[in-house]
Design a protein around this ligand. Structure first.
Ligand code: NAP
Length: 240
């Protein structure tokens, strides 16, 4: 399968890219930087991994930069994984419009435009593709300081549900993976005390394993999940 993934330089996106490569798929990855880990993967899989430096702060450039110069219609897209996101953590009374707009560009508008052009590519190539968006448990449970971030993820979830209804007849599926807390750069600022409070709210009393998230994405991408669409799959250590 040809798989387009955003946010491949680190964290969950890197883990997802590794897993798809190990399973023999072709990965078209996007992020703003090319990390040493990503460079090592490119050396290991020169025929399977293709990378594009692109900033998702610019949804209006997606058609030109991603779907013309990187994955043209001659490359059928079987899977789109909208993984990249940024967190804008603050309490609502500090809400700032510029920060909010930036976050919505990256977390919502770019994933929407990537979906638009990926579906066009799938239709053109007669591909019954799979779209997977990475949301967050904060869209369901609520955490102090995450209202704006959670709102961007909640909107993405509604978008996915409706896309699944709109394109189901063409065999195109759209699902959401909802991870719980994971040890990545996104959470670098959290104290151990804060993390312990998050873990207390899970049935397993621990962080979410990135590999488990990646395996769920792989499952939703392929034939084994062919009857699953419009769903939200929680991979969150059983957050209560
Ligand atoms: N970590 C958690 O606890 C947690 C929990 C629930 C859900 N999630 C979700 O899981 C997904 C992955 O998060 P993560 O924890 O792996 O985060 P991360 O370690 O911060 O990685 C984010 C990835 O997105 C890329 N990215 C960020 N802004 C970008 C932009 N403007 N343009 C292009 N690429 C951009 C980053 O690459 P560059 O910096 O190189 O651009 C990086 O590859 C996100 O959707 C996040 O909301 C995370």
């Amino acid at each position: 399968m040809n798989v387009l993934i955003t946010g491949v330089s680190k964290g969950v996106g890197l883990e997802i890219a590794k897993l798809f490569l190990e399973n023999g798929h072709h990965v078209y990855g996007i992020s703003r930087t090319e990390s040493p880990e990503l460079k090592a993967l490119e050396l290991q899989y020169p025929e399977q991994l293709f990378f594009k430096l692109f900033d998702l702060l610019l949804p209006e450039k997606i058609r030109e930069e991603v779907f013309k110069s990187f994955v043209s219609n001659h490359i059928p897209i079987h899977v789109l994984i909208n993984n990249a996101a940024m967190a804008y953590d603050d309490i609502v009374t500090n809400l700032n419009i510029d920060e909010l707009r930036k976050m919505f560009d990256v977390n919502l508008y770019s994933p929407m435009f990537l979906t638009k052009y990926a579906i066009r590519n799938m239709i053109y190539n007669r591909v019954e593709g799979s779209i997977i968006h990475i949301s967050s448990i904060s869209a369901h449970t609520g955490y102090k300081g995450l209202a704006m971030y959670a709102a961007s993820k909640g909107a993405l979830q509604s978008f996915s549900k409706n896309v699944s209804r709109e394109w189901g007849e063409r065999g195109i599926r759209s699902n959401i993976v909802v991870p719980g807390y994971m040890e990545t750069a996104m959470n670098a600022k959290l104290t151990q005390d804060h993390k312990n409070r998050i873990f207390k709210r899970t049935a397993l009393k621990k962080e979410t394993d990135m590999q488990s998230v990646a395996e769920t994405v792989l499952f939703l991408a392929g034939e084994k999940s062919k009857s699953i669409t419009g769903q939200e799959i929680f991979v969150d250590s059983g957050t209560l």
